[in-house]
Design a protein around this ligand. Sequence first.
Ligand code: MIC
Ligand code: SF4
Length: 640
Amino acid sequence: MGRNLVQKILEEHLIEGEYRTDSEVGIRIDQTLTQDATGTMAFLQFEAIGIDRVRTKRSVSYVDHNMLQTSFENPDDHRYLQSAAARFGAYFSRPGNGICHQVHLERFGIPGDTLIGSDSHTPTAGGLGMIAIGAGGLDVAVAMGGGAYFLKVPKVMRVNLTGKLSPWVTAKDIILEMLRRLTVKGGVGWIVEYGGPGVENLTVPERSTITNMGAELGATTSLFPSDEQTRRFLEAQGRADDWRELKPDQDARYEQTMEIDLAELEPLIAQPSMPDKVVPVREIEGLEVAQVCVGSCTNSSYMDLTRVARIFKGRTIYPGLSMTLSPGSKQVFEMISREGSLSDLIAAGVRVLESGCGPCIGMGQAPPTGTVTVRTFNRNFAGRTGTPGDRSYLCSPETAAATALNGKITDPRKLGEYPLVNLPAKFIINDNMVIKPPENGGDVEIIRGPNIKPVPRKEPLPDLLEGELLLKVADDITTDHIMPAGAKILPLRSNIPAISEHVFVAVDKTFPARARAAGGGFIVGGLNYGQGSSREHAALAPMYLGIKAVIVKSFARIHFANLVNFGIVPLEFDDPSDYDRLELGDKLKLGDLHEGLLKGEVYLTDETANVRIKLIARLSERQARIIKAGGLLAFTRAGV
Ligand code: MIC
Ligand code: SF4
């Protein structure tokens, strides 16, 4: 039986376990990436593990999220990261060099290699034919130290692309179509492998728009084959030697296959406040818009921004609307500048921001109250823009540009002739904003600001957990709900005691105080709990507040792993209707945990309602042992 591409790459990297769907394997990690909002914690944890130098082929530390410097916290973190990278042997991408995923694609990604990153959009590099997976910072720290990355072997879904996109229909519309069909839960437990004749016409940056937003499907990762398009991209980046051909066997086996005829697609848009609420743009045309933002790791490539500039040439942004644009990287920024596109954008009235995540993570540019904002980003979770009650829509740069000119949501096909922009034969290559680590960083001094606090530790798990049900939430809770981001809270990412005061505040302002007063307790949730960002702070800060177990109908992948890493017991209802039997304030008890976690079955006693409920612990033996040890840090240190 032939092998699919996922299997080929994973088997090449297998160091523990047996490759079988759903069994746990450990894979060798060639590259890691971290960014500033998760990276300070990742490097603090790397320090706590006690290894002297990174042991991957390449580890890169980026600064792209916490770019506003309204006080000392963010710039202090940047300095910590720069000094820690030099000390421990990681490359450092300086603030201004661009968004981690865009820069990694341009300068570091290698077909067939494995990459884990402390950011959920790490699968962007799947556009180059890498197995690139988002993970919590602690998992990345362990991989930087040469440790295996453990995952359950996912099922592989083949998406067969046929036909050719029509003018004004883009890669973003392909992934929005995937979200329309599969929803934000549909990819959980899957890797999506794209193939078919339609793939040939998609350039690497277009493929990466698709693999990037595969994160919103809940998929472990997504990837494309490495073919002539991949070779062209790497050649244009001056990296022809990094290319190798990668494709599945002709008779490769897949657990599921899906067809998309590209010629049948039309411009699509995701409505507030979930990336899967997708409709054709034409259905909501005419809706008044106050803000348009182009950029983010999904849509800020050279081709994306050049096309927007062509559309705007000689025109003016609608008077009632404010438009921002953030280039994905310094390479993109420099190219649109030298070629004159930047001048066209400035002349049209675009507010050009620096290269970085910017408005995508609420680092500025919150929209006005009660208005519509249209963005080329990947997430529109409620409140993520920074404005309470926000109405955020997600679409292609072309749809965003048409909308910015008209002040209303507009189908870009109305703009006339499609501006053809090709992949450049040569990108401008200048890595002067990437600092190589010294050969021997042993005596580099690590610079710590006063906001950088040590990683909190946890005791080993007792056999019995007791406490109050502190919070009961519904389906599709995101890590943005659990641990909000934005310009005010992000600077606290290196200070767990301070950031824990913001846990769940968008859902229930009283939560942190109640959790502290009760000495911790339990959380109950619905389906797909913890989807979205990889931020381990959504486990670490609840752990600091004393959360002992989270009981839900189902978990999202990265958050589940983060709960394990920080010793919070993740449990699922055996019968989902038991969710309705638990009430806020109930007194709960979980007994015989040590044995129950290993067996995969735990019983919950609700002493208030006087009921006993069966729960499932979907843990590998290794994960059960991690929780028992009090988390991955304690577990790893014990093994060092
Ligand atoms: C996001 O898009 O939500 C982020 C901010 O990039 C996160 C990481 C973080 O919270 O720091 C992600 O996607 O993992
Ligand atoms: Fe940055 Fe937004 Fe991409 Fe997250 S999704 S890495 S915040 S640009």
